[in-house]
Design a protein around this ligand. Structure first.
Ligand code: AMP
Length: 180
């Protein structure tokens, strides 16, 4: 099991930028583009995730649209497993399975290809995204994975907004590298 030193954690933490009032007033957006263009922080993070998950016997990494694709596909390549995109409605070209989730007003929907995990029945899947806020997106994505007969072993986030208690209600284990 990999643990980050306080010093390494600070390097990653300091590389994430706060954008106040984006995309709307009152929201502090955690901008990870500044992590991505800081090679030292990015490599520390990916080394940490590789070390943590190398013993999990994963079959796939599923990344949430869109920032989960970045971390998820690098990790999948490092671990030598497949990558599966969990996309917002209407983006995937083949037959999909969908899961709805509530937003402040209305609802949104995530989808995966129906055969995304078919190379292995009961596949062990790690779900990854950049950030968990209310947890609605991750909860829907995790139940989608289970719906297509794979098994969401853990949900991994680079950052968690702990005051929103997003991980409550997610049935899988949850791991967040950083907490705000
Ligand atoms: P939620 O479903 O509320 O947990 O929202 C998670 C999704 O919205 C993730 O894909 C995040 O990238 C994005 N998100 C929500 N709040 C923020 C925030 N304050 N900063 C950056 N991304 C956010």
């Amino acid at each position: 099991m990999s643990t980050l030193t306080a010093e390494d954690k600070k390097i990653i933490l300091d590389s994430i930028r706060d954008i106040p009032d984006f995309p709307k007033p009152g929201i502090i957006f955690k901008d990870i583009t500044t992590l991505l263009n800081t090679p030292e922080a990015f490599k520390l993070l990916m080394n940490h995730l590789e070390k943590r998950y190398e013993t999990y016997e994963l079959d796939y990494i599923a990344g949430i649209d869109a920032r989960g694709f970045i971390f998820g596909s690098i990790l999948a390549d490092r671990l030598g497993v497949g990558f599966v995109p969990v996309r917002k409605k209407g983006k995937l070209p083949y037959t999909t399975v969908a899961e709805k989730y509530s937003l402040e007003y209305g609802y949104d929907e995530v989808e995966v290809h129906i055969d995304a995990f078919e190379n292995k029945k009961g596949a062990r899947v790690l779900l990854i995204d950049d950030l968990i806020a209310t947890g609605g997106t991750a909860k829907a994505a995790a139940s989608l994975i289970n719906k297509v007969d794979a098994h969401c072993v853990e949900c991994c986030f680079i950052a968690e907004l702990t005051f929103l208690n997003g991980k409550e209600g997610i049935e899988s284990d949850v791991y967040s590298v950083l907490e705000f």
